[in-house]
Ligand binder design. Structure first.
Ligand SMILES: [Zn+2]
Length: 293
C-alpha cells in the first residue's frame, strides 16, 4: 500500500501536466523553455509552472495540441516573449477560453527592427534577460501578492547571478579579436547578442528571423558563400532548434569550419550543458571563443 502510494506520488511529480497540481499554488504558463527557466528562478516553489515549447523545441514552427488548450484553460498567468515570437498564442488563448492574465516580458527593452521585421530574440543579451526577470517578478507579485516578498528575494538572488554572467560574457569574449567577431547561423537569432557584445551579423542561411522561411535558393546560398569568403569568417554555427544539414552543406561549400551547435531559441534537454539559461549562455560563449579566437 505504502509503495503504491509512493509510486503514485512520484508519478505525479514526474508528470508536468498532472491534474493533481497543488490548488493553492499559482498556475503559471511560460511559452518556451528559455523564458520558463527565468520564471522558475523567480517563482520557485510558490508556483506550478508549465512550459509550452520545451527543450530543443522550435517556437517559430510550433503547432499547439489539444493538451495545450487544457493547460491554458487552467492557467492563472501566462508569460510570453511577445514581438510575434509566439505567433500562434492569440488563437490558442481564445480557443482555450482561458481567463489567465497575459504578461509580455519584454516591455522596457529597445527592440531591433531590420528589413521591416522586428527581432524577437531578446534573451541573447543578458541585460535584456534581467529586464525580463523584473517583469516576471512584477507579474507574479501582482497575481499572488501573498508571496511578493518571496518573489522579490528570488529575483534579487537570480539578478545577481545574471549580472555576474553578463560580466563573465563580456570578459570571456575579449579573447576574440574584434575583426573575428562575425556570426553566420541558420536563422537570424543573434541580433541582440551582436548589439550588446560587439559582434557583426554576416548572414543567416535562412535569411530570416524565423525558421519558418523556406530553404534558400542556390543563388541565395551562392551569395552567402561569397559574403563569408569576403569577410573571412572563421567558422559558422548550427543551432539546437534547426536541422544542421544546411549549415554543414554551406561549410563544405566555403571550406570553413562548422562549429558545435549553439543554443538559440530553446534550452537543451535536461542534463545537457544548456539546460538552464545561465548554462546556455556559458555554452554559447565557450563555443564562440573556441572557434573564433
Ligand atoms: Zn528564432
Amino acid at each position: 500500500m505504502f509503495w503504491c502510494a509512493l509510486l503514485v506520488s512520484i508519478g505525479c511529480f514526474l508528470y508536468p501536466f498532472s491534474i493533481h497540481a497543488d490548488p493553492h499554488k499559482l498556475n503559471v504558463v511560460a511559452t518556451f523553455s528559455v523564458l520558463g527557466d527565468l520564471v522558475k528562478n523567480v517563482g520557485g516553489d510558490a508556483i506550478d509552472l508549465t512550459i509550452l515549447v520545451g527543450p530543443d523545441g522550435d517556437v517559430h514552427t510550433f503547432e499547439p495540441t489539444p493538451q495545450d488548450d487544457v493547460i491554458l484553460s487552467k492557467a492563472d498567468v501566462i508569460f510570453e516573449n511577445g514581438l510575434h515570437f509566439e505567433h500562434w498564442l492569440d488563437d490558442l488563448y481564445s480557443a482555450s477560453g482561458s481567463k489567465a492574465k497575459r504578461i509580455i516580458v519584454i516591455d522596457g527593452v529597445e527592440s531591433i527592427k531590420r528589413d521591416r521585421e522586428i527581432d524577437p530574440h531578446l534573451w541573447h543579451d543578458v541585460a535584456n534577460a534581467m529586464v525580463m526577470v523584473r517583469r516576471i517578478q512584477d507579474g507574479l507579485s501582482m497575481a499572488d501578492p501573498q508571496h511578493a516578498v518571496y518573489y522579490q528575494g528570488n529575483a534579487r538572488k537570480y539578478l545577481e547571478q545574471l549580472d555576474q554572467l553578463d560580466q563573465w560574457v563580456l570578459g570571456q569574449l575579449e579573447i576574440i579579436p574584434l575583426q573575428d567577431r562575425k556570426l553566420v547561423t541558420s536563422h537570424d537569432t543573434f541580433g541582440y547578442f551582436c548589439r550588446r557584445y560587439g559582434f557583426q551579423l554576416i548572414g543567416a542561411a535562412l535569411e530570416s528571423m524565423t525558421t519558418e522561411a523556406a530553404d534558400p535558393s542556390a543563388a541565395q546560398m551562392a551569395g552567402l558563400v561569397k559574403k563569408i569568403r569576403e569577410t573571412k569568417v572563421k567558422a559558422i554555427f548550427t543551432e539546437n532548434t534547426h536541422r544542421p544539414k544546411l549549415m554543414q552543406a554551406l561549410g563544405q561549400d566555403v571550406g570553413v569550419r562548422v562549429a558545435t551547435s549553439l543554443y538559440t531559441d530553446a534550452l537543451g534537454k535536461p542534463g545537457s550543458d544548456g539546460d538552464t539559461y545561465i548554462k546556455m549562455m556559458r555554452h554559447n560563449v565557450n563555443v564562440l571563443t573556441e572557434y573564433l579566437k
